[in-house]
Design a protein around this ligand. Structure first.
Ligand SMILES: [Zn+2]
Ligand SMILES: [Zn+2]
Length: 386
């Protein structure tokens, strides 16, 4: 909150930056697009900021929901901070009361053997999750020599008992135990967790980095896709050249319950840099909801009939598209163009003297991925007006 001595100045500075940084993304039919970051840390585990600062950031960055997910098995400041993994959520919830940001209680379960790191969201008592696979988690991370499967899965079972949604974080760390479990990052233990209802999603993006293997995993095992920051420090510095990564949640209502339902139903997309990754149904609707397209008859120099296609992009995302129709576009090699955010692009369709009641526009959207190897392909049919 503002310092009492300089209240006015700070308030003004905040409101300016807020207006500049809010993210503008469309809703899709039937659902609100909520922006979430469900993985971050504070001094209550291995982060470097206080929980209220995470709320300040989320509010400034225009997020709808966050989860502060402390490691249940590591304490960075055991001499200064008493171990209580509910505390950061409680502080965050108090700070959230002054904002519109929803705070979802979460934790990170972080063994360095398979199944590796996972977050559990919607837990009710984080202190009840056991971490008996650890030997020492105070200022260092030392696991028992041969933790049993029972010890490794115990926190997952407790999270499930509390009704948690669980996802696999940054699948990447096969070097920790490849000799024992092989190279597949989705191990037999993951398969078992999936069958037991202990695994529901995967981070396709962590710390702003797109993980192709995780994307393939999401598709193969039908997991919810997430993009989270996993921020430990100051997020505005980490993402000074772009927006922070976020999980877009297509929710029936803007509430904790709405987010839970959408995550369970796998209605999410991943937004990082200028990319969107998700499932075709939602991304097709999202791309279409981003645009307002008009086709207007025109008669060039009073002799040549053409149709002017005005494509307005109402979102923050610059869409890199290849656009084709049944007729030829003028001066548009290979149909390539960028639909810049909050701008209208006008194309000229040469009609070859045909009367057209409507025009089909076929797009390949190269920065929208509906599969690891496939960009979104979609079609709009636009009525031609006078
Ligand atoms: Zn982790
Ligand atoms: Zn983490």
């Amino acid at each position: 909150m503002a310092c009492l001595l300089c209240f006015g100045a700070e308030l003004q500075a905040q409101s300016t930056s807020k207006a500049e940084e809010k993210v503008k993304l469309p809703d899709i039919p039937g659902y609100q697009t909520l922006k979430g970051d469900f993985h971050m840390h504070t001094v209550f585990s291995d982060g470097h900021v206080w929980p209220s600062f995470r709320l300040y950031e989320a509010d400034r960055d225009g997020l709808d929901a966050i989860s502060i997910t402390e490691h249940i098995d590591y304490e960075g400041y055991p001499d200064e901070i008493r171990k209580d993994y509910n505390k950061s959520h409680q502080i965050a919830t108090e700070s959230a009361a002054k904002t519109d940001v929803l705070v979802i209680q979460g934790v990170e379960i972080s063994p360095r053997v398979t199944p590796y790191h996972h977050n559990a969201l919607f837990v009710k008592d984080a202190n009840k999750l056991p971490s008996d696979y650890m030997k020492d988690g105070k200022k260092k991370f030392v696991m028992k020599d041969n933790p049993t499967e029972k010890q490794l899965l115990a926190p997952f079972w407790e999270a499930k008992r509390q009704g948690a949604f669980i996802f696999y974080n940054h699948p990447n760390y096969r070097w920790w135990d490849k000799d024992k479990y092989g190279l597949d990052l989705f191990s037999d233990l993951h398969r078992k967790m999936l069958a037991e209802g202990l695994l529901h999603g995967v981070e396709v993006v962590n710390s702003g980095i797109y993980n192709l293997e995780a994307h393939r995993m999401a598709e193969k095992y039908n997991l919810t896709m997430l993009a989270n920051s996993d921020e430990h420090r100051d997020i505005s510095y980490t993402y000074r050249h772009s927006h922070r990564p976020m999980t877009l949640v297509f929710a029936k209502e803007r509430s904790e319950e709405g987010i839970r339902e959408a995550l369970q139903a796998r209605r999410t997309a991943v937004y990082f840099d200028d990319y969107l990754v998700g499932r075709e149904k939602e991304l097709d609707a999202f791309f279409k909801a981003s645009l307002e397209v008009k086709a207007v008859k025109s008669n060039r120099r009073n002799v040549e009939p053409v149709i002017l296609i005005h494509i307005q992009n109402k979102s923050d995302i610059p869409y890199e598209v290849v656009c084709k129709s049944d007729q030829d576009f003028e001066n548009l090699p290979l149909g390539r163009l960028t639909l810049k955010p909050h701008e209208t692009t006008t194309l000229t369709l040469k009609t070859l003297w045909q009367e057209l009641p409507e025009v089909p526009l076929r797009f390949e959207v190269q920065n929208v991925l509906v599969s690891p190897e496939k960009a979104l392909q979609t079609e709009l049919r636009v009525k031609v007006t006078e």
